[in-house]
Design a protein around this ligand. Sequence first.
Ligand SMILES: [Zn+2]
Length: 565
Amino acid sequence: MSTVVLARKYRPRSFDQMVGQEHVVRALTNALAGNRLHHAYLFTGTRGIGKTTVSRILAKSLNCTGADGRGGVTARPCGVCSACTEIDADRYIDYIELDAASNRGIGEVQELIERAAYKPGVGRFKVFMIDEAHQLTKDAFNALLKTLEEPPDYLKFVLATTDPEKMLPTVLSRCLQFNLRPIAPEVVREHLAGVLQAEGVAFDDGSLRQLGRAARGSMRDALSLADQAIAYGGGRLDETVVRAMLGSVDRGHAAALVTALAARDGRALLQGVDALRLQGLSAASTLEEMVALLQQMAVEQAVPGALDGADPDQEDGVRLAGVLPADETQLLYSMLVQGRGEIGPMGDEHAALAMVLLRFLAFAPTPEGAPQRRGQAAAGAAAEPDAPPWLDDAPPPDDEPPLRTAALRVASAPMMAVPAQPPAAPAEAPPTTPLGDRWEALVRTLQKQGRISALVRELALQAGPLACDENADSCVWTLVVERESLRTPALVAKLQTALSDELGRAQRLQLQPGVPADSPARREAWERQRRLIEAERQIREDPAVAELLAQFETARLVPGSIRPL
Ligand SMILES: [Zn+2]
């Protein structure tokens, strides 16, 4: 068997042979059977999906005379009459294909229109097929419009495009539109298996999975790739060979990298990238594989059970869906998609891949809301100076900032007109308790005196007191703390010591998991919100701001841009 034979040999020659486009086939066969023919059809869909094939089958259906020469318009062209065989062989005088990608000017279209004036030479219908129709110039479209509006009875138009958005609406409205869909990988696999069995070519499941995915919804591409792989593999299809030919990367590598990212394990991540480099595996393909994996994970996260965990193609998606939260899955996905462009231009594509992946570690939210990176957890909990610097950025609560100052950005460039919404009323104040007052005062004192900082301070601020049992020689606080990472013995011991020193008697802390109803942090957050709303109100009511808004027509208060300073 020679190469390029499959794609040509198995090109569908009848509607029955079309795979994965049942909706289009059903509509067309019903129309043909009922003789309800439109004068212009538009087939849309990505390249290699079967637009030209459908057009040719339609042309055969319209012109087929049957094996006995007496047939009429049919949904099942015979395949043996002169119309059928000549259209298949691309030499039927009444079927004309024009590739608008290379013949896009008014001259070509005018020539076509002139040919439309003559009745069909041999067939019932003249069929004009304009491929990549969106590439026609505006003049060419306009020249075509009149014929498209009132074509002679014997003329049928078929337009095909990968980009219907670029077609003139006046053209679109005159066509009956059919969207050809990318064929699902499993449908491609199944069809390939049938073709290979018919051809007597040995194959394994892994190679079909590889080809099914690489085809990206196009059966033509799947068959061409299979042809190449068979030649490459010496007459058989073997996963290793297919993988090498496609430069595709084992899903296991992608899964390992996602796992390392979920664990915020920078070391494992870099080792993973190094392994790819050593094995000569493509960084770009790895990225593609990760993107595909994340898509599956997102599906499983949104609709648990939607994937088939027993399918080797989907098992990693099911397994890892629970490893990364849904929002981080989305974040990572968009970072990888954005990062695709960085892989090619860089000299060292593996270094570029590492950079894209490390970006997630730099920007991803800390797991479980912990105020530190997982990779630093042990060190951070044990020694405060390891503590992340951003914890020290919280505004000092004791200095009441001036409410009057606020940032105002006046956008003079045209922008989306956002109606000036009145500021939201402050949410109801969180419930406070006398015990909460006492705890807050104590924490503020410790903070002011510099007895607690970083993570210990964070623990104190996040803690909501439930009870305080005074004993003869000690005091036992029961505190509710939501973040698991703050409920560590090291942090608790430090806070106990600071409290005992301050109060002059032993203080013990018992921590419970849960969301505190009243904690210093909650009070602070509510106070920040209140000040923001107040600042927004003041800005909106400021006469100077009102004057600016009146002076500059396009000026708007950008929502969210006002900050109490
Ligand atoms: Zn025929």
